[in-house]
Design a protein around this ligand. Structure first.
Ligand SMILES: [Zn+2]
Length: 57
């Protein structure tokens, strides 16, 4: 599985996405960013940070 912790982009946020693929992680992060952080869309620079922060677990 792959995991991404939102705290790597938004310090203090305890959301973690876990999924089998980077694409699913990005989908979960996009939904979370919209609901929790008011981002209608994930900016490209944030998406890059997310991709860079995905870990194998
Ligand atoms: Zn968050």
């Amino acid at each position: 599985m792959k995991e991404f912790a939102c705290a790597q982009v938004v310090p203090g946020c305890d959301f973690k996405a876990t999924a089998e693929s980077d694409d699913e992680i990005l989908q979960q992060v996009a939904a979370h960013a919209r609901e929790a952080h008011g981002m209608d869309e994930v900016p490209a620079e944030v998406a890059e940070k997310v991709k860079a922060g995905i870990r194998e677990v």
